[in-house]
Design a protein around this ligand. Structure first.
Ligand SMILES: C[S@@+](CC[C@H](N)C(=O)[O-])C[C@H]1O[C@@H](n2cnc3c(N)ncnc32)[C@H](O)[C@@H]1O
Length: 213
C-alpha cells in the first residue's frame, strides 16, 4: 500500500474515534505528508495535537528513520488520554508539552503545524529551522498574520482541495475539504518553485470549485 492510501486508511479510523469533531481534514494531512517528503523534514512540532489525527496518520504512515522527532503541544485532559490509545505503538515516538513556553530551545523544527491556540506564538522564532515551514490548518487568520509578521521574508500559499468531505468524515459532505496555509519563512529555490506551482494549482482548483456552483 502506498503512503497516500495508508494515510487515508488511518485517517478513516480517526473519523470514527471518540472526540472526532475537532480532527484535521484529510486533504491537509496528505499535504503535510507531501511537505515532509518534498523538503526532507526531520523534526516536526504540532501546536494542538488534539486526539492525534495528524500525528497518528503521519507517524503510522512513515518509517521511524524518516522523521527524527515529532513533538506537540496539548493540555486538554480528554486529548491527553486519547493520544496513547489512538497512536498505539507510535505513541512512544511522540513528546508532548503543555504549551510552547515549555518546549526547550534544544532542537530546531523543520515543520511547525498550527492546529490549536497558544499565547506565545512568538516563541516559534527560536524553534524553527532556517528554511523551516509553518503549516496552518483551518482558517486561523489572526495566527496567520502574527506568524507572517514574525518572518518578513516569508512566502505563503493557501493550498485547497478540489474534493468535498468524505462520507466517513465527521464534516458535512456538501462542504469542500479544509485546506492548508503554508508559510515558507525564508524560502529556498526549491521551496519557491514548489510554492508557485501550488499557487497555480490553487487558482485552477478555485475555478473548478466555481464551476460546480
Ligand atoms: C483543531 S483541534 C486539534 C486537532 C488535532 N491537530 C488533530 O489532528 O486531531 C484544536 C484543539 O482542540 C482541543 N480538542 C481537540 N479535540 C477535542 C475534544 N474531542 N474534546 C475537547 N477538546 C478537544 C485540543 O485542546 C486541541 O489542541
Amino acid at each position: 500500500m502506498n503512503q497516500t492510501k495508508k494515510i487515508k486508511a488511518i485517517y478513516e479510523t480517526f473519523c470514527h474515534a471518540e472526540g472526532n469533531q475537532h480532527i484535521a481534514g484529510e486533504y491537509a494531512i496528505l499535504k503535510l505528508a507531501e511537505i515532509i517528503k518534498a523538503f526532507k523534514v526531520k523534526n516536526v512540532l504540532e501546536v494542538g495535537l488534539g486526539i492525534g489525527s495528524i500525528a497518528g496518520s503521519i507517524l503510522k504512515a512513515t518509517k521511524a528513520d524518516e522523521i527524527n522527532r515529532y513533538e506537540g503541544i496539548e493540555n486538554n485532559a480528554f486529548c491527553l488520554t486519547s493520544l496513547p490509545a489512538n497512536l498505539e505503538a507510535e505513541y512512544k515516538r511522540l513528546s508532548i508539552y503543555p504549551d510552547l513556553n515549555s518546549v526547550p530551545d534544544k532542537y530546531l523544527y523543520d515543520l511547525i503545524i498550527i492546529d490549536g491556540t497558544d499565547t506565545n506564538l512568538v516563541k516559534i522564532r527560536s524553534l524553527i529551522s532556517k528554511h523551516g515551514v509553518i503549516a496552518i490548518e483551518g482558517d486561523r487568520s489572526i495566527q496567520q498574520k502574527l506568524l507572517q509578521d514574525l518572518f518578513p521574508g516569508h512566502l505563503t500559499v493557501h493550498t485547497i482541495s478540489k474534493e468535498k468531505n468524505k462520507s466517513y468524515s465527521p464534516f458535512p459532505v456538501q462542504h469542500w475539504q479544509s485546506g492548508l496555509k503554508i508559510i515558507f519563512i525564508e524560502p529556498t529555490v526549491h521551496q519557491y518553485l514548489w510554492c508557485y506551482k501550488e499557487k497555480i494549482s490553487t487558482k485552477v482548483k478555485n475555478l473548478y470549485r466555481l464551476s460546480k456552483y
